[in-house]
Design a protein around this ligand. Sequence first.
Ligand SMILES: *Cc1c(COP(=O)(O)O)cnc(C)c1O
Length: 429
Amino acid sequence: MEYKRSSELFASAQKVIPGGVNSPVRAFKAVGGDPVFIKKAEGAYLFDEDGNKLIDYINSWGPLILGHAHKPVIDAVIDIAKKGTSFGTPTEIETKIAELAVKMVPNIDKIRMVNSGTEATMSAVRLARGFTGKEKIIKFAGCYHGHSDSFLIQAGSGAVTFGTPNSPGVTQGTAKDTLLAKYNDLASVEALLDANKDDIACIIVEPVPGNMGCIPPANGFLEGLRELCDANNTLLIFDEVMSGFRLAPGGVQERLNVNADIACFGKVIGGGLPVGAFAARNEIMDYLAPVGPVYQAGTLSGNPLAMAAGLAMLTELDNNRGIFESIDKKTKYLHEGMEKALSANNVDFTINRIGSMISVHFGKEPVTDFESAANSAGLGTFNKFFHGMLENGIYIAPSAFETWFISDALSYEDLDTTIKVVDRVAKTL
Ligand SMILES: *Cc1c(COP(=O)(O)O)cnc(C)c1O
């Protein structure tokens, strides 16, 4: 495939945009080469600036669970845009999407809309601190909660220790309040709770992590977090920005039947427009301004375009619950097909999957946390795999630390094409 125009556009972009991109994951830094510039998209396919057609397994990093340019979503946005894009006043559509979200997600009474997943998790932690009167938080190495300061902390050697910033610009003062635990390791959480008695406001977790590849929670892990939080007067925050409205209508809380105190959303809830949200029971949500003392605000929060896209998306999912089963089945089909193709070519691999979240790791060892994900990805095999797939018209995330985002627009023919390409690429690994 030719990528001449994409390369030219990338060269121009780099002169006026840092790294040529408005979000780092879009650059192909981890895998090498220049990113592909997209001109338009429809259903399961991307069409790039050089006229290549690609089967898309990123889907805008998750939001487009029904594929690109999904008609009910596009129509809703066009209709409402004609009436004005933002008023800075309450509108009826905000209540409508809130009612629907509260109906679909278990264990929440109220929801507040923001403009990104980053804002949702940042606000949720402030709310947890305000509600509990405690300062420290526990997060897990390898979990991503957006780019606000408290979360840009990753494990050094000996993961269960005080955090150190992994981005310049995050102060030690902020970093010291974020404690790091190991995903799927309850003992690491218990040790932190014991060492910081009565000082932990919340534990925040991707209940099914998708930002170190996809990592299913071990049996009892999420239930264990729930019990530890209850025993320590600590709030449990599920960051369902990726898993929400994907793994079930009510996210992981519904699928795995574990209740969080605060749930964060993003991606699917915005239908492809910039939306995030956080939600909880009344006693917690009423701690927010203007009812309660914890401040949180947004000039464009709940704006009509974003709400129309989100409402159209959630309405589709709510009215057609078979979609969740359908994408799970398609992902399982892809899983089994890739497994066969990679095995037949004697490639060492591990495929992790839960529902429509799936990732391929090029090592034989189980991938259960950040450490095992990092070790498995370190081989350079993924980069070869990525470029082989792209060369054959399959667009997967340009990093081994990402889930594939399956959309229901994918047909079984698309999946068969993909599996054939995996077989072809596997021969070159
Ligand atoms: C994408 C993501 C975020 C950040 O959302 P943005 O809209 O990019 O700010 C937070 N948490 C999780 C689990 C995510 O996958």
